[in-house]
Design a protein around this ligand. Sequence first.
Ligand code: SAM
Length: 250
Amino acid sequence: MLREWDATTYDSLPLPHLRWGRRTLGRLSFAGDETVLEAGCGTGRDTEALLGELPRGRVVAVDGSARMLERLRDRLADQPGRLDQVQAIQADLTRPLPIDEPADAAFSVATFHWIHDHDALFANIAGALRPGARFAADCGGKGNVATVRAAIEDVLGEPEETWHFAGAEETRERLERAGFTDVEVDLVPDPARLEPGAQFHSYLATVVLGAQLDRLPPAEHDAFVDAVAARLGEPVVDYVRLIFTAKRAG
Ligand SMILES: C[S@@+](CC[C@H](N)C(=O)[O-])C[C@H]1O[C@@H](n2cnc3c(N)ncnc32)[C@H](O)[C@@H]1O
């Protein structure tokens, strides 16, 4: 499901995504001249970090949100030559990717749980990679934000089906079916604690509850976020990360 994001507020928050991005980047190594596909690049925080590893390389940065991509361009605009190394593409990862040449590696953080059809997703990524290319990713996995999900269900009175939090074994099988080998998958509990009050409210509204808010009238947004926060008690998001690496079969 493609949706727009409040990219400016997103970037102003203390995102655990920064840590997840560093950890995922640490699972890849580069000679410096590669082309890397970043799937769900958001505001370009990790795009910038990837470029730091690619002095002669490129990043093909794909995202479904125009506002996220605009923020990515703004982030890199005052860094000489940086934007020339980036091809920013607004596209849906559930469809074959409009990429000119196969990439040497793929990277993704905090994106895949927004996509239900992981078979199509992994096939599309495999189709955008050269044989032997490495793939490292992080996303919400089985059990992710379970207490937030229960709070949403309690407030809305209906099952919460926005996300797809896949397990480790099913992910391994899907990656292998899509043409990846050397698959390593982990599920890691990684809760994030925010400041209570305004910061937690803003974090929930911008990072976690955007899809639910899209379905509610704006006048009900604050009350909905407050009701979810009240049920959580502590300003904690109980993240469980699905972390994996794989290699495109040769
Ligand atoms: C939580 S943000 C993560 C962004 C960035 N990777 C980070 O760590 O800050 C999730 C991103 O996935 C993108 N996204 C979700 N579903 C998508 C899809 N089907 N195709 C392309 N992008 C998608 C959203 O637009 C959003 O920018």
